[in-house]
Design a binder for this molecule. Structure first.
Ligand code: FAD
Length: 364
């Protein structure tokens, strides 16, 4: 089996890359070890720039039917200070990840030139001549190019011998889906001791997605029982205790970490890395899905250029840096704010004075 491009991982980055490559008339093998629909630890909110990619791909209407729109982000400190800001343009969209990812996969599979391999973990990924060889349980495929989009642990980049860089600050995430929690049309971020909880409104009656992000030390104490840890840590915030009084779990608590690890390289010869496989920005910024969709588009553009003989070495890395740098800066600031109550108080004051400043950063 021979393809122009093999994409390992069919999350938002892999599916977006496959759809854009199909548009460029290229043949694609889209490979995922999971059977879809599958769960993914996530807060499940897509910011406006990511929503714009869903529109461009023609999947927005389908996603909107499965999701709920939101208009901005609100913050509450431990001592109850509160600020919120609305996106200056566009809206966010929250969709349960198993629904969103399944929709993206189905749409990618419909495209001419895309062949999907599910339940298929590659046994080996290696460079072969000018291209790559991917060994699958049922045979071997060859491709001129490879896009690694297999998430934060990226087994395919590991197989290619590319190490991962761990973040200085190790954080872990727990994600749950709750019922019995009222919500408006904002994602709400609550600063807790050693981290944050954020609630994203989902479709359905009083249903939210809840993500809890924590530093390692706290998790080392609490990770033994995810569910108990989730409730105890979330209910330690006075405002959340009241909000969660009638809450119950709608789906089991899932965990992931360390967050924000990155690949030591983003491209080399016939391969490049997209989405969390290239590097995940701390979810506190809430834009991983959007960056995966935009990063998938970028990876497809650069791959199509390379296949046409017009690619420039290092071009992908430069463009990807421009995409993720502003978000990384924002993540660093948001993390500092979440760790230092004085800075958090100052930021909330600034947000109240200039409500559109932070949301403008989030929206782009
Ligand atoms: C707790 C938490 C909360 C978050 N909240 C938000 C949020 O509210 N909003 C937001 O935008 N982002 C959020 N994120 C980030 C977001 O989930 C990720 O950035 C996003 O899923 C990245 O997409 P991706 O396509 O790169 O990778 P993934 O979605 O991880 O997809 C990777 C795919 O690769 C497959 N795969 C893995 N290994 C192999 C293998 N060996 N062979 C084949 N396939 C393989 C997996 O099955 C998976 O389907 C959150 C993350 C966490 C941990």
């Amino acid at each position: 089996m021979t393809f122009d491009c093999a994409i390992i991982g069919a999350g938002p980055a892999g599916c977006a890359a496959a759809m854009y490559l199909a548009r460029a008339g290229r043949s694609v093998a889209l490979i995922d070890r999971a059977a879809f629909p599958r769960r993914k630890a996530c807060g499940e909110g897509i910011l406006p720039a990511g929503v714009a990619v869903l529109r461009e791909l023609g999947v927005y209407e389908g996603a909107e039917a499965l999701g709920r729109r939101f208009s901005g982000v609100a913050w509450t400190t431990r001592d109850g200070r509160h600020a919120r800001s609305r996106f200056p343009h566009g809206q966010g969209l929250a969709v349960p990840r198993e629904d969103l990812d399944h929709l993206l996969l189905r749409r990618a599979a419909e495209k001419r030139g895309v062949r999907v391999f599910l339940n298929t973990a590659p046994l080996g990924v290696e460079r072969a001549g000018d291209g790559v060889r991917v060994r699958l349980p049922n045979g071997t495929l060859r491709a001129e190019r490879l896009i690694a989009a297999d998430g934060a642990a990226s087994p395919s980049l590991r197989a290619l011998g590319v190490p991962r860089r761990e973040p200085e600050l190790k954080r872990y995430g727990l994600a749950a889906r709750l019922t019995g929690v009222g919500s408006g049309d904002f994602v709400e971020v609550f600063l807790i001791d050693g981290g944050e909880v954020y609630l994203t409104p989902l479709p359905g009656d009083r249903r939210v997605s809840a993500a809890l992000l924590l530093e390692r030390e706290t998790l080392a104490r609490d990770f033994s029982g995810r569910e108990a840890a989730f409730w105890r840590l979330a209910r330690a915030h006075p405002a959340l205790r009241t909000r969660l009084e009638r809450a119950s779990l709608d789906a089991p608590v899932v965990g992931l970490g360390p967050l924000a690890s990155a690949s030591a390289r983003w491209e080399d010869g016939p391969w490049l890395a997209a989405g969390d496989a290239a590097g995940a920005v701390d979810p506190l910024v809430g834009d991983g899905i959007g960056l995966a969709l935009r990063g998938g588009r970028l990876a497809a553009e650069e791959t199509a250029a390379a296949l046409a003989g017009s690619g420039r070495p290092g071009g992908y890395t430069r463009r990807r840096r421009r995409l993720v740098r502003p978000k990384e800066r924002l993540a660093r600031f948001a993390l500092a704010m979440s760790r230092r109550p004085g800075l958090a108080r100052w930021t909330i004051k600034a947000l109240r004075a200039f409500p559109s400043a932070f949301s403008a950063l989030l929206a782009d």
